[in-house]
Design a protein around this ligand. Structure first.
Ligand code: UDP
Ligand code: MG
Length: 338
């Protein structure tokens, strides 16, 4: 169920919403708004910027309050804790009212000028206009290598390929936004979901800029988790591969059995063979544990999905011309998305 947005019918939708997930980006917000606004002013008739404060612990929320006080078109939703960028994007799509929605990072790595191109592509009829990174030189060599591998894996084993270099910086038509909102999964792998929904799509190349201020919020650990989530959400191959491995191993065992029977009949029994016995026992124990582990990964995910917990909890909303805080009796204290 999507959160209620009764105040706005489809007629008073702004033309464009810009959704920005923010996690400890207080230094970047003012520069971001300063560079966004002139571009929005000249490329669309009306707009709003929806910030999703993903449980920041710095001054982010008070900067957002200032912004909202200055202009109600700067809206914000503040999570009760850090839920992660993917979930922040989902919340952004839930709250965006625009006829099209742009998703962008707060750190100015996504050049705002691109929005003009995105909008003109959208007006040509594309519903899913994504920025593709032409170079990844801003990332470390290791991160680049791992990223490549991940795309290859996905290409070969995923439900569908991911456009190379496509990230979260993109424009989505209202139709695509509604499609994404209808996807109920808890494990949000946006890159995969954007590709899965389809619609008329086009890539627009861009150069990733330096981070304006602060450091990347993604460690290798977080990225590995993210990659695993992505693969497991869009592929069942890790589950199925064990059928084939098992079949091959059983065949080998059958051949071995025949060989031993023939050998015993022809030349009689002979006892040595501990080494091969131990090796094969250890090997198969390993294979079995590995496949159990993979089953466990999926079962864990199924468990997370069936618990049907809300995707995120909102602690504060800065909307329209009033601030809605938990003390406001007219609104629910926590706004959830089930
Ligand atoms: N972000 C977020 N929640 C998180 C981590 C990041 O909302 O848990 C936001 C962050 O504030 C930024 C965007 O996601 O606007 C991209 O994050 P970052 O620049 O750290 O990632 P990178 O550019 O290194 O991929
Ligand atoms: Mg960044």
């Amino acid at each position: 169920m999507s959160p209620p947005l009764p105040e706005t019918g489809s007629t008073d939708r702004p033309e464009l919403s810009v959704v920005v997930p923010v996690f400890n980006e207080s230094e970047n917000l003012e520069p971001l708004v300063a560079s966004l606004v002139p571009i929005l002013e000249r490329s669309v008739s009306s707009y709003e910027i929806v910030f999703i404060d993903d449980g920041s612990s710095d001054e982010t929320l008070s900067v957002l309050r200032d912004l909202h006080g200055r202009d109600p078109r700067y809206r914000a939703v503040s999570f009760s804790r850090n839920f992660g960028k993917e979930i922040a994007i989902a919340a952004g799509l839930d709250h965006a009212r625009g006829r099209a929605v742009v998703i962008m990072d707060a750190d100015l790595q996504h050049p705002p000028e691109m929005i003009e191109t995105f909008v003109s592509r959208w007006r040509e009829g594309y519903k899913n206009v994504y920025g593709t990174r032409v170079d990844r030189t801003k990332d470390s060599a290791l991160r680049r290598m791992l990223t490549r591998r991940f795309y290859q894996l996905f290409q070969n084993f995923g439900e569908m390929g991911l456009p190379e270099g496509a990230g979260d910086y993109r424009l989505l038509d209202r139709q695509a936004v509604e499609a994404l909102k209808s996807m109920g999964e808890r494990a949000r792998f946006s890159k995969g979901m954007f590709a899965w929904i389809g619609f008329r799509s086009i890539g627009v190349p861009f150069h990733v800029a330096e981070r304006h201020s602060g450091v990347s919020k993604f460690s290798y650990r977080k990225l590995t988790r993210f990659a695993l989530d992505g693969l497991m959400s869009f592929s069942t191959l890790p589950l199925k591969v064990w059928t084939y491995v098992g079949t091959v191993i059983s065949m080998m065992a059958l051949v071995m059995a025949i060989y031993f029977v023939v050998q015993t009949v022809m030349w009689g029994a002979d006892t040595p063979g501990f080494a091969s016995l131990i090796v094969s026992i250890t090997f198969f124990a390993g294979v079995q544990l590995m496949s159990l582990g993979i089953l466990g990964e999926y079962i864990g995910r199924i468990f997370a999905e069936v618990k049907r917990r809300p995707l995120y909890l909102v602690a504060e909303r800065l909307e329209d011309d009033r601030t809605v805080t938990p003390s406001d009796p007219t609104r629910p204290t926590t706004q959830v998305r089930a």
